[in-house]
Design a protein around this ligand. Structure first.
Ligand code: C2E
Ligand code: MG
Ligand code: MG
Length: 742
């Protein structure tokens, strides 16, 4: 405006013409002043404008930064010509004015630098139009945070070459963290053995894991949106499931056992834990249900309960359940003033049968015994197996002891018919039964069982296959047995055994051909104990195995000693228990002791009792052949007591039979024994067997036996069993002065 005025003044002055040069000069000066003033003015305005613009720009920049910061983002620029990086906004510590050297960015994680460099390079060279990567930047605490950085070219030169890149970085740390957590959670869910389902507050399925599909048969697709009642089973009433859900809705959780139904209709027992999930606002959004299939566990528990109470072989109650039932019976009997009987049943010679048949057949035999017992007693009476061949029967509602005895005799009678073990085997086995009574003998189960056991032992010692009612005197007997057994266990280590020797006389030559070794025990506590007392106990307890081995060794060592004293060629009979034959490696033991002592096997004769061999005929057969291979002789002892036929015996590899002293004792009075003995001798000889008569006490007996052609005798007439030293003397004299016969 001022400029325009000055210019028009100048024009007017020029148009005037007559004002002279001064006027023109003044005008010019004025115009110049005006121009100067106007220039100064305009410069000022420009400067002001510029300042305004700067402030505005700063404001804008601050607003931009605030905007970025509010979103957690920051803005970045790269000046490619200078190779500098500038970050704005966010919580970055970088100097926003100067920027940093792109190659030495201190904020960027070293592992992420290369990827960033490659993408920047790609944008710069034009091979990419966009940069997009996740990178770690140092945060204010010195840790690393994840950012997603994106950007593009924002300025190019005239030839289109990139000059400047810009973009933003977004904080994705929390996101990545929760993604990771989610991933881990999902992996856990996928690998869980428990069926996990998520349901909404109305109990409709929202999600399930793979185990859910495996356990229930329902896939995720099947169940999504479906009510959880889809799995309700018929094992509980519907009100059960309603109650569970009501409790969960009220308390936010429930746990317990629950039957559920599979897709295929099968049902399983699960342990269910139901718990609520709340959203960010604290409102319940879902329930999570975790189901463990415990059908197996339950089954195992039931099996355990069964195992704890029942005998697996026979299915009968075991000792535990017996005690429980017996207690209940006692309670009832007390109320009704009646008696309860406990029958303790032990099978006679079961061990030998078991050994000879083999254990599988032994098991079948025990099952057959259980069935036979069940048949013999009423269905309401308890039969239990206590282990081994021991059974117990509890009889209730008895008026007196006679009723119990009658029932027990009924059981014994029930075993008169042999038991069928399999198609090929029938076994005749007998029971020995002891009885105790409530309240007569005892008031508590343990005592009743103990007394019935005592009575059973009495039945055994009364010849087995019989019934005994408990009486107090039996207790003394039981204690005596227990004491005897304890002493017997110590006998071998305490060196309490010795052998005595009874000479055997050959009737044809009149010479001593050998001796029988007989075991003697002088117990430190009990004094001298006869073999009839301790041998059965040693057999029952298995102690006969080490004892028998000692006898073998001692007999051979004695024989060797005598041989060294000049007595050559004497034979020795050694008694062995059938248990040694079946259990011990008898042949190997004998071979070893023969090798050790240098005794020829033909000088040893092993004696086995007839009844034992007959009971175990099949099993003993192979053992006997084994002994034969070693070269020892075999004799059947106590022949005539076991009712076996000679013809049958001949099928066994035996050399000798010894006629039992029972027949010899009555030989001169009893015509039957005479006939039997005569027949046995002639039959045995026709079968090629050597015959020995034992227990010969009189010359009359000797005469009769000699007339019948008996080969050898043993007995008091000739000599009782002698201590080793005496025997040596006797044998020396005997070999010097013959013949010994009248
Ligand atoms: P055994 O093998 O039949 O032995 C014969 C038994 O009759 C012996 O009794 C003997 O002393 C006895 N005796 C001998 N002569 C006469 C006589 O003229 N009259 C009478 N009444 N008896 C006579 P011991 O020594 O008491 O032996 C009894 C049973 O003990 C033996 O009968 C045998 O079966 C067993 N035994 C003895 N020693 C052993 C052994 O080392 N091992 C095994 N397993 N059993 C043995
Ligand atoms: Mg004998
Ligand atoms: Mg005998």
């Amino acid at each position: 405006m001022l400029t325009t005025a000055a210019t028009s003044d100048l024009a007017a002055a020029t148009a005037g013409g007559a004002g002279g040069a001064w006027f023109v000069a003044a005008l010019l000066a004025l115009a110049l002043l005006g121009v100067l003033l106007a220039w100064r003015q305009s410069v000022r305005r420009l400067r002001r404008d510029h300042q305004q613009l700067g402030a505005q720009r700063l404001r804008l920049q601050q607003q931009f930064e605030r905007l970025l910061a509010s979103g957690g983002d920051f803005y970045w620029e790269i000046d490619l010509r200078e190779g500098r990086l500038l970050r704005l906004g966010g919580a970055r510590a970088a100097d926003p004015q100067a920027g940093v050297d792109l190659r030495q960015d201190p904020l960027l994680h070293p592992d992420d630098r290369e990827a960033f460099r490659v993408q920047v390079q790609a944008l710069a060279s034009g091979t990419a139009t966009e940069l997009d990567l996740e990178q770690r930047l140092r945060d204010g605490d010195g840790g690393w945070r994840w950012w997603r950085t994106r950007g593009r070219v924002v300025e190019r030169d005239g030839k289109g070459r990139a000059l400047r890149l810009a973009g933003s970085s977004r904080d994705i740390h929390a996101l990545r963290q929760s993604e990771r957590e989610n991933r881990v959670a999902l992996q856990v869910l996928d690998s869980m053995a428990e069926a996990v389902s998520v349901v909404d507050p109305e109990f409709r399925f929202v999600a399930v894991n793979p185990a859910f599909a495996r356990i229930t048969g329902w896939s995720e697709r099947d169940v999504l949106g479906q009510p959880a009642s889809l799995l309700d089973s018929s094992q509980h009433g519907s009100e059960f499931y309603q109650r569970v859900r009501a409790i969960a809705a009220r308390d936010g959780h429930w746990s317990g056992e629950m039957w559920q139904r599979r897709k295929d209709g099968g049902e399983f027992l699960g342990w269910l834990a139901l718990s609520e999930v709340r959203d960010g606002g604290g409102q319940r959004s879902h329930f999570v249900a975790v189901v463990t299939d415990i059908t197996q566990k339950k089954r195992a528990e039931q099996e355990l309960r069964y195992l704890a109470n029942y005998d697996t072989l026979t299915g009968l109650p075991n000792r535990t359940l017996l005690a429980e039932r017996l207690s209940q019976s006692i309670v009832r009997a007390r109320r009704q003033e009646l008696r309860v009987a406990v029958l303790f049943i032990d099978l006679d010679h079961f061990k030998e049968v078991n050994d000879s048949l083999g254990h599988a057949a032994g098991d079948r035999l025990l099952r057959a015994v259980a069935a036979r017992l069940q048949f013999a007693v009423g269905p309401s009476d308890t039969i239990a197996r206590l282990g081994g061949d021991e059974f117990t029967v509890v009889l209730e509602d008895l008026a007196d002891a006679e009723a119990a005895l009658a029932a027990a005799r009924g059981i014994v009678a029930g075993f008169a018919t042999p038991l069928v073990v399999d198609e090929r085997h029938q076994v005749a086995i007998t029971p020995s039964i002891g009885i105790s009574l409530y309240p007569d003998h005892a008031l508590v189960p343990t005592d009743l069982l103990k007394y019935a056991d005592t009575a059973m032992y009495q039945a055994k010692s009364r010849g087995r296959n019989t019934v005994m009612l408990y009486s107090e005197t039996m207790d003394a007997e039981a204690r005596r047995r227990a004491g005897l057994l304890a002493a017997l266990r110590r006998a071998l280590p305490q060196d309490e055994f010795r052998l005595v020797f009874q000479p055997r006389l050959d009737l044809r030559s009149g010479r001593i051909v050998g001796v029988e070794a007989l075991l003697r025990w002088r117990s430190a506590e009990l004094g001298e104990v006869g073999p009839a007392q301790f041998i059965p106990l040693a057999e029952e307890s298995g102690l006969i195995l080490p004892i028998g081995e000692w006898v073998l060794g001692e007999a051979c060592r004695t024989l060797r000693h005598w041989q060294d004293q000049g007595l050559h060629g004497l034979a020795c009979s050694i008694n062995v228990s059938v248990l040694q034959l079946l259990r011990a490696p008898l042949a190997a033991q004998i071979e070893a002791v023969l090798a050790e002592t240098g005794i020829a096997p033909g000088r040893i004769e092993l004696e086995l009792t007839e009844s034992m061999v007959m009971q175990n005929a099949e099993q003993t057969l192979s053992a006997l052949h084994e002994l034969r291979r070693v070269g020892v002789r075999i004799a059947i002892d106590d022949f005539g007591t076991g009712y076996s036929s000679l013809v049958y015996l001949k099928r066994l590899p035996i050399d000798t039979i010894k006629i039992d002293k029972e027949f010899i004792g009555d030989l001169t009075d009893d015509p039957d024994d005479k006939a039997i003995t005569a027949t046995v001798i002639s039959m045995a000889q026709s079968l090629g067997l050597h015959v020995v008569a034992e227990g010969v006490e009189t010359e009359a007996q000797l005469g009769y036996l000699r007339d019948r052609g008996c080969d050898e005798i043993q007995g008091y007439w000739f000599s009782p069993p002698l201590e080793a030293a005496e025997a040596l003397e006797f044998l020396r004299r005997g070999s010097a002065s013959h013949p010994l016969l009248p």
